[in-house]
Design a protein around this ligand. Structure first.
Ligand code: NAI
Length: 446
């Protein structure tokens, strides 16, 4: 679904009127296109630690136009604020204020990215305070940015180098148009595993990926994005969606599997289809989900049970089959679609909120089980995404929900798909048990 308001306020009279009246002024976001530059403009790498030096050298190797100090009036494409060695909250002032002085010189759709370490593993209370301080700093700064510019952070575990594969993978994700609708969020890298792809435009080359709920909406977009990134896709949906499913599967040169994921044997059917038709299974994306909204006072058993059955019980059962399968052992990836309703809650969605929070619990507890075979499991939590589901909302509620985030617009299905494609890639091998919100920094529960 398109957001006509963005077109209206992006140019001419509409732009002036919106500015004068103080109305929201969303802009068209920079989204990834194969072959597009990673970032538009010079990249300032701020920080004087060894980690900052190493990162700057790596970025130079990628052919980026790297600065260690801002030049007057130069429009920057990104600022990377490397604070991996801070020991005390008083250490934050100098780098942060230096960056503050460059904020007016950012190009549209620029990126601010912090690089820091986990607070809980700090050796002193002062270091923990400084590291945790970066959380509040980044989330607040992201709310001040305009014109499609976003602020996100990468958190490293204690001994990880700033140039380890998943730190660089996360950095590329945040710099690129793939993270257009990810704002005010952190990715935590806990492991040294993972590897950068030979071809950055085909990070999933040679992989076989299953996407549930692929007949339409976000699922269809995930199928297209994984295919674009080089994966062979198995598109799964209920038999009633067979025609749409076949169309998506054909479009992505993949195969269709008509299957209700809440069936007892769904896991076996998925593994069987992938191995029989494509010889392997590397990635499973649990996207299929339903809503049956009612205030709890009016909730009936059918509405409650069906949402739990599809949104979480099916995922648990399929994961059990995957974990037990000899065909899902070569650095496999599971990515589950949660929702900001499972984080912040949403009126009328006790069943849905429970199911999506349950997805987050499941992901955290399954992560260690994936470790022995080099596997990972993560969740992506979308906020307001422009789909058939949100198009059906009453106009006033839809318009309020769409603007209640820092980017003042809804996300596109592609935005969710890009985050999933990143977490499904080898670059994300050091990230597991995480929840990445794709919500434009939704103001509620952010
Ligand atoms: P959608 O309703 O457009 O598509 C969901 C797909 O899942 C449909 O094709 C449906 O047939 C399929 N499906 C439902 N039950 C199934 C079952 N038992 N077995 C196999 N397939 C089944 O939904 P949309 O908007 O694309 O959402 C996709 C996911 O994203 C869902 O998990 C949803 O909860 C989540 N989400 C969506 C948001 C939005 O703003 N649209 C926000 C947050 C989360």
């Amino acid at each position: 679904m398109t957001d006509k308001y963005i077109d209206l306020v992006s140019q001419g009279l509409g732009k002036n009127v919106a500015k004068k009246l103080g109305l929201p002024q969303p802009v068209v976001l920079r989204r990834h296109q194969p072959g597009a530059p990673l970032v538009e403009g010079p990249v300032l790498v701020n920080g004087d630690s060894v980690g900052a030096d190493d990162l700057a050298t790596t970025l130079l190797g990628w052919g980026l136009d790297v600065r260690r100090n801002a030049l007057p009036k130069e429009k920057l494409g990104a600022i990377i604020l490397v604070m991996d060695a801070v020991q005390h909250p008083e250490d934050l002032g100098k780098p942060v204020l230096t960056v503050g002085a460059s904020l007016r010189d950012l190009a549209p759709n620029a990126r601010i990215i912090t690089v820091s370490r986990t607070a809980h593993s700090a050796s002193t209370p002062a270091a923990a305070a400084a590291r945790q301080g970066i959380d509040g700093l980044l989330r607040s700064l992201a709310k001040e940015l305009r014109a499609g510019t976003t602020g996100n952070g990468i958190i490293l575990s204690e001994d990880l180098a700033t140039t380890s594969p998943s730190v660089l993978g996360s950095l590329r994700f945040f710099l690129s148009g793939r993270s257009a609708y990810v704002d005010g969020q952190f990715l935590t890298v806990t492991g040294p595993s993972g590897s950068l792809p030979a071809d950055f435009d085909k990070p999933l080359a040679g992989k076989v990926a299953v996407v549930t709920g692929a007949a339409r909406g976000i699922g269809a977009s995930i199928a297209r994005t994984l295919h674009r990134d080089g994966a062979k896709v198995v598109a799964v949906d209920i038999p009633a969606a067979g025609d749409h499913l076949a169309a998506v599967a054909n479009e992505v040169h993949g195969t269709a599997l008509q299957l209700d994921i809440s069936r007892e044997d769904a896991g076996q059917r998925i593994i069987g289809h992938a191995v029989e038709r494509h010889g392997r299974l590397d990635i499973v994306v649990h996207n299929a989900g339903i809503t049956r909204d009612r205030l709890l006072a009016n909730m009936d058993e059918g509405r409650w049970q069906s949402v739990i059955a599809v949104n979480i019980a099916a995922q648990l059962r399929i994961n059990e089959a995957l974990l037990a399968s000899e065909h899902f052992k070569a650095s496999p990836r599971i990515v589950s679609v949660a929702s900001t309703s499972g984080i912040a809650g949403n009126r009328g969605q006790t069943n849905y909120g429970a199911s999506k929070a349950a997805v987050i619990g499941m992901v955290r507890s399954t992560a260690p089980l994936m470790e022995p075979c080099g596997g990972t499991i993560n969740a992506v939590a979308p906020g307001f995404i422009e789909t058939e589901m949100t198009a059906r909302m009453p106009l006033a509620i839809r318009e309020a929900a769409r603007r209640a985030n820092t980017l003042r617009q809804g996300g596109q299905p592609q935005d969710v798909a890009e985050a999933i494609a990143f977490l499904a890639s080898d670059s994300a091998g050091g990230i597991s048990g995480e929840v990445l919100r794709v919500c434009g920094q939704q103001l509620v529960g952010a």
